[in-house]
Design a protein around this ligand. Structure first.
Ligand code: E4P
Length: 217
């Protein structure tokens, strides 16, 4: 499963990218607002750091303007993915941009029928929002399973990009179901590595090693 960062925190993007485990970035209008930066500037900055897909969302709601905004955003860098909402207008813009070779991420997906349509419109990614479904007492992970089954049934190439991730358990569920990508906010990303038994085990091994008086380098 590919790991994307859902955010625009440059220090964290550099940190994870330098470790070599960051496969891409997703943003949305709320993330851009939080960054306090101009969308073109922040996306240009991120695409210079990260080689993988960097999603940036259009603001338009009609197909022609979505298409034009998509063209403008995708001109920022080769690895930009244009994010469009799953509406009929969004699907039309998706098909047109995808046919022209632009990578498109269909966002705000809350049902498998929407995901089927995103695949039919040749989206590169579909983003089911699992946390927001869980927030409304529905089963976000189950939606990932449904979409996975449909895409396997028909051999669709659209990647399932699990979004709106709130917990480590969400990441685990997505990986065990077989989502192609999980896009993870910094507060969850940082926790993926943590386990108290790792900390105590490392402390013990370090102490014992020091007692041996040996050196490896
Ligand atoms: C997806 O790409 C979105 O940016 C994101 O995952 C939305 O998550 P939220 O429900 O935490 O806002």
């Amino acid at each position: 499963m590919q790991l994307f960062l859902d955010g625009s925190e440059i220090d964290k993007i550099i940190e994870y990218n330098n470790i070599g485990i960051l496969d891409g970035i997703t943003t949305n209008p709320s993330i851009i607002l939080k960054s306090g930066k101009n969308v073109f500037e922040v996306i240009a900055e991120i695409t210079k750091i990260v080689k993988g897909s960097v999603s940036v969302e259009v603001s338009a709601t009609d197909r022609e303007e979505m298409y034009l905004q998509g063209k403008k955003l995708s001109a920022i860098a080769e690895n930009v993915t244009v994010k469009l909402p799953i509406t009929w207008e969004g699907l039309a813009a998706c098909k047109r941009l995808s046919d022209e070779g632009t990578s498109v991420n269909m966002t705000l997906c809350f049902s498998s029928s929407q995901a089927l349509l995103a695949a039919k419109a040749k989206a590169s990614f579909v983003s089911p929002f699992i946390g927001r479904l869980d927030d409304s007492n529905q089963d976000g992970a189950n939606l990932i399973s449904e979409i996975k089954k449909i895409y396997i049934n028909y051999g669709f190439n659209t990647k399932i990009l699990a979004a709106s991730i709130r917990t480590i358990n969400h990441v685990k569920e997505c990986a065990s179901i077989g989502a192609d990508v999980a896009t993870i906010p910094v507060n969850v990303f940082d926790k993926l590595i943590k386990h108290p038994l790792t900390d105590s085990g490392l402390k013990q091994f370090t102490n014992d090693w020091n007692k041996t008086g040996q050196s490896i380098l």
